[in-house]
Design a protein around this ligand. Sequence first.
Ligand code: ASP
Length: 439
Amino acid sequence: MSKVVKFGGSSLASAEQFQKVGKIIRADKERRYVVPSAPGKRNKADTKVTDMLYACYDLAEQGKDFSKELEAIKARYQEIIDGLKLKLSLDKEFAEIEKNFKAKAGNNYAASRGEFLNGIVMANYLGYEFIDAATVIFFDEEGNFDAEKTDAVLSERLAGCKNAVVPGFYGAMPDGSVKTFSRGGSDVTGSIVAKAAKVDVYENWTDVSGFLIADPRIINNPVGIDAITYRELRELSYMGAGVLHEDAIFPVRQQGIPINIRNTNAPEDNGTWIVGSTCQKSKYVITGIAGKKGFCAINIEKDMMNSEIGFGRKVLQAFEENGISFEHVPSGIDTLTVFVHQDEFMHKEQKVVAGINRLAKPDTIDIEADLALIAVVGRGMKSTRGTAGRIFSALAHANVNVRMIDQGSSELNIIIGVANEDFEAAIKAIYDIFVLTKL
Ligand code: ASP
């Protein structure tokens, strides 16, 4: 058995956190490949090293003096090196970074140095080999992750290597320049390394003991999720459930490698298992609830719409022409509604309306703003009668008016649209009926 272990920024924010991480890695020799993030916040008021790097590079790009800012970043690493009593100097690396900042190497390069340097510290601390991600993780000409090339190079590299540290968050473009994934992208690197090394488990260590049924900012002390399928998680993370980067499930999912989310500050907790499928029933009918505010509904009416072939395509073409992706499209006999992100739609609103008028010639178009969407997700819903009934009676009791309902044919989720101001009350009502009341 072998494992990839990825540690998030808060797990590596200080020497003390590094020691916890070292203990976790050494406790299990199957933990062979380590993917570190950059040092995160040591306390609430602190700044992540990645953000310090972005700010520092901003100055460099404007041709301003950035020496004080770079010194502050260096001090973050020095504090860790001293705390761990390592015989390691990053002077050479910092001189190179300074030179490249002056040469305006780009903010992707700048941000990636957080993981790069932390990888060097981590490898030194563990006595593992350091593999620069720019030599094993690749993007194509368009800047998309190149899975094929990466897999070929990385798996060969890892095959000859018992233990290694591969920094998260970045790789290289075909011309050799550094490119990062989007924020939180070390989770993606962990998944890529797990796939290439063909490990049995991808452990993702963070500062919470896995996923919770609902957002703790809305529900006081919500229950944790023991096991969740990739598909369920996809629905929940799309709707804003944080913890893991949205794209992190794809590489491991292809290989059926489970992800285990664990807590560096409570390593005895089992955390959450993310799996392909499981016979483990979730404790409740639902696995999780997540949602987002800030949607718009564009209601389009046209008599006899039901018999006009191609009407839906014409309407959606107006969105496509303006580069707007749609979220949901519930329809009636003579009505069709398109849900979109308000911030994306707002500036192009009249262009889209004109497009719909031109392409589909509807009778009326009516726009409703400030809506929230809530996804109630659960593999158990398929085999349980009355789930929708319970959701809607709970919402009615909580005085929440439901503006839209959409149930996917997979019966994995029910999406509910409510007014932004009813968002929290709706989530509370659904949580209460399934988790607290447990009818
Ligand atoms: N350090 C990067 C960020 O702050 C990537 C990561 O931590 O995953 O987004």
